[in-house]
Design a protein around this ligand. Sequence first.
Ligand code: ADP
Ligand code: MG
Length: 633
Amino acid sequence: MDKAHELLKKHWGFDSFRDPQAAIINAVTAGNDTFVLLPTGAGKSLCYQIPALMTDGVCLVVSPLIALMEDQAKSLEDKGIKALVLSSKLNRHDTIIAFDNLMHGNYKFLYLSPEKLQSEFIQEKISQLSLNLIAIDEAHCISQWGHDFRSAYLKIPVLNDIHPDIPKIALTATATAHVKNDIIENLQLTSAKIFTGSYYRDNLYIRILKKEDTRLGILNLLKSIDDPAIVYVGTRKNTVQYARFLSSHQIKATHYHGGLDNKQKSEALQQWKDEKSKVMVATNAFGMGIDKSNVRMVIHAHLPNSIENYMQEIGRAGRDGKPSVTYLLYNDNSILESELVLKKSIVSPELCRSVYGKLNDYYQIANGELSEEIFNFDLQEFALRYDFQFMQVYYALNHLHNEDIIFYDQNPNKTSRIRIIENSTKLFQVQSLQNIQAKVLQMLLRTYGGVHEQFIAINESLISSKLNHPKDEVIKALRRLDLDKVLVYNESSNRLKLKFLVPREDNFVYHMFRANITQRNKTKEAKSKSLHHLIKNDQICRQIQLLHYFGENLDSPCGHCDVCLSRIPAEKVDYQELSAQIFNLLKKNKTLNLNEVNQLLPNDKGSLVKTLQLMVERKLIGLNLQNKFYIIT
Ligand code: ADP
Ligand code: MG
């Protein structure tokens, strides 16, 4: 076994590489620059992680999202590999310690944002590191045409000056031809080895259909299969409503969205993975890290945000290569609705400037000043005070956050949680105290099981009413117990955490973000248009349209999307002859899918499709939802 396989087995527990992981790893370890364009879930991370483990030194990973970095680092740590994330949350002192660890602490990976890379201090520190590889993840962020353009990505080549001889690897899942060229040019990867996988998944049977009653449509589709399915809906509320609706019709469904806490998320995921629930009803927050191979149906009850999103979402079906169906159900309303949502989400740079200015006023920050404080931010109150619309502030903050002008944590904890850290003898002494703290503690021990082992959600109002004590005193007692290190009290809040990352300089900051925000708004509009175009265009094979969007050509229509099934003119097909042959085949084989029929009858696929379709229409044969034809008896 070679070293790469050994590491794969040792740390990941996998026996073999997927195509083309091994080839990429070889190219990287041979010292080449590489460009990797593979669909989400293909396993791109391994392509830089394994080479990094094969040589001494630290692998520097540039990544756009802190959550993504933390995810990756944690997953490496779980495998016994040391990885460090350099986030904006670290102050200078922490950063110095972090770099000391990198130099002396056997760390193999350093994750950081492209913005961090702009700091001369960080550059200086990086120049002292002994690197073995530079990985640029989500490299499409470098392109104005990418769906997540980040201006700071354009400055990544600064690494060429600091470490000119270290190989680079750029990775992305969604790159149109335009984006690909931007990446190669901007990162100076002209002599890189290029690895691109095709987006074509011929086992996906794409159906984009107009349906007036979506709920009923979904119910009928799901009734016809026993295998796992995903239903994507537009809002968090919808996930609950649809799951309830399906369950009330004997289809076991669970729901998932970004607002659930981690425990709820992993429970929902587990239930679906174990197939205790057939259907997962989710928002597009359901995505990262889901690699269930036997999903047979993905339904969109609402329009996805873009073709990129759509590809990723339908791509979760049929990972095992077996035929799987995807449905996008829409009506005139859904397109109007999506246009409306888009309109609301487009916030002009001028409005961002105004929100930014007021934000500084709100915290009484003077010109040129940078506050180090992390503020609690009440969006509602802020919007009311300055007469902004709530959603506008929300999107403006998003922009400012993306531009690294502010940092804000969008997911405040909705419920309080506690965990008791003292051992029981000590607790006993505390319990003998006759005060409110002791009473609260006793109540916690009595009411909530398992508080020693893990964080448990508590309800202060409930404790208050049980103890017949005012709620704010209960909260004070909990805070005190936290201070005394008897327990950890994670207090709930509806407030966002907000921190300023650059000194207040209204005009200067405006000029920093104006072009980017304008561009981002434009891209957003263009993307939505492309998606609507795909939906409305029922004249060209769906797969051809999709691949075209990503700059790929498909030689012939897929033969099993809704367009293909409806397009081939009947008169071109020798129906009698073929249908008799098909009928005989099905008699012998019971059930066959299109490809299997095609293997046995090497006619052109189009004629087969049309004949099969006519036979279905004439009720000679049926099509089950595994996409297999059978004789109706
Ligand atoms: P990408 O970055 O391309 O979206 P990831 O690197 O996050 O994909 O990997 C997706 C999933 O595939 C992960 O769960 C990973 O563990 C799994 N995976 C990657 N390579 C292999 C392999 N050779 N065998 C089995 N699973 C793999
Ligand atoms: Mg990835």
